[in-house]
Design a protein around this ligand. Structure first.
Ligand code: DAH
Length: 339
């Protein structure tokens, strides 16, 4: 009986240490056909009935204990192996195996629109959006551009099938949308994409961007326009640049003007970029034409306003010293990464 006790203890010790291979030989050693316990059971044939029963029972019990321990150990070992395998196969998201991703940035045109917008926001303007698909009314008629005006020519305007709708040729229709839905006082900018049916070269593109500006209220004068646009130019290009207002013509403003800025490349001395004039054209502007106010049922006796239109690509080219507008649309990473 003592022998059986120590067989159990010895077997359990071995089982605890065993790996999957060793455990099979332990099984053979203790409960196999010629194993230790099987031997004991076989040797009982010469014993008394009493001993046969007593020792037989104990030996069978020991066999059960050892076999159960073996099964438990096998289960535990299999689990360990599986866990190890899963650990190895698990994806490691830590930066040990990182891919060389670099951070993206906003396109220079979007950045320029954001910069222009933040200057006007600081001057009390809000931001509105208009649709890119317009009708003749919004793009031309309401802006006092008569039916026979060359700007409406199919050469310049992309008409949609049926000729009823078109891709806006400027952001000025944004003025009409704003005035249709709001009452004065109005102080708003409308940034967006515009389209013109023209061949592209270093300074022209069929798609480009503008920021429209509009302010309407009682007693708005040209002085307000001058103040806002000179504030904008100085905020955007620096306080040391000179600007000038030059008389011009737009159908939707009267009087109209263009704002020139002293050439930032030659400091006004004259160079290739300013065509030796020392000045570069920045934007168009003027006092909102009474016909435009009438088109949106505003009282043109009571209200006055100013408007302006800024070409975003133009401004971005001056700001960053870029000499070909096409660079903005080619999306060459070597170009884009500089912003
Ligand atoms: N819409 C004009 C263009 O595309 C730009 C412009 C000029 C807008 C004068 C204005 C303005 O609001 O007052 O060429």
């Amino acid at each position: 009986m003592n022998n059986i006790e120590s067989i159990i203890k010895e077997a359990i010790l071995q089982i605890k240490e065993a790996d999957l291979k060793a455990i099979e030989s332990i099984k053979v050693k203790y409960s196999g056909k010629s194993g230790v316990l099987t031997q004991i059971l076989k040797s009982l044939s010469n014993c008394s009935v009493d001993d046969k029963k007593r020792i037989g029972q104990e030996a069978n019990k020991a066999k059960n204990i050892i076999e159960t321990e073996i099964e438990l150990r096998k289960e535990a070992l299999k689990k360990e192996i599986l866990e190890e395998k899963m650990q190895k196969e698990k994806l490691d998201y830590s930066n040990k195996f990182y891919f060389p991703f670099t951070k993206g940035s906003f396109h220079p045109i979007i950045q320029t629109i954001q910069d222009i917008s933040s200057v006007f926001k600081s001057l009390g303007f809000s931001i509105a959006q208009g649709p890119e698909i317009e009708t003749n009314w919004y793009n031309f008629e309401a802006l006092n551009i008569p039916q026979n005006h060359p700007a409406r020519d199919v050469q310049d305007t992309f008409y949609l099938v049926g000729m009823k709708e078109l891709l806006r040729t400027h952001t000025s229709p944004g003025q009409i949308h704003v005035m249709e839905t709001q009452k004065p006082p109005i102080r708003v900018i409308v940034p967006g994409k515009v389209y013109r049916n023209e061949a592209s070269d270093a300074t022209h593109s069929a798609t480009f961007h503008q920021v429209e500006g509009l302010s309407v209220d009682e007693n708005i004068t040209f002085v307000d326009l001058k103040a806002v646009l000179s504030d904008f130019t100085h905020e955007f290009f620096g306080t040391d640049v000179d600007i000038r207002f030059r008389p011009s013509y737009f159908q939707f403003t009267e009087p109209s003007a263009e704002v020139d800025m002293q050439c930032i490349f030659c400091k006004g001395k004259g160079c290739r970029i300013c065509k030796n004039s020392g000045w570069i054209e920045l934007l168009g502007c003027g006092m909102v034409h009474p016909n435009v106010l009438k088109a949106v049922n505003y009282d043109s006796e009571k209200y006055t306003g100013y408007a302006f239109g800024i070409g975003v690509e133009r401004i971005a080219m001056f700001k960053y010293g870029i000499d070909d507008i096409r660079l903005f649309y080619e999306n060459d990473l070597r170009f884009l990464k500089q912003f």
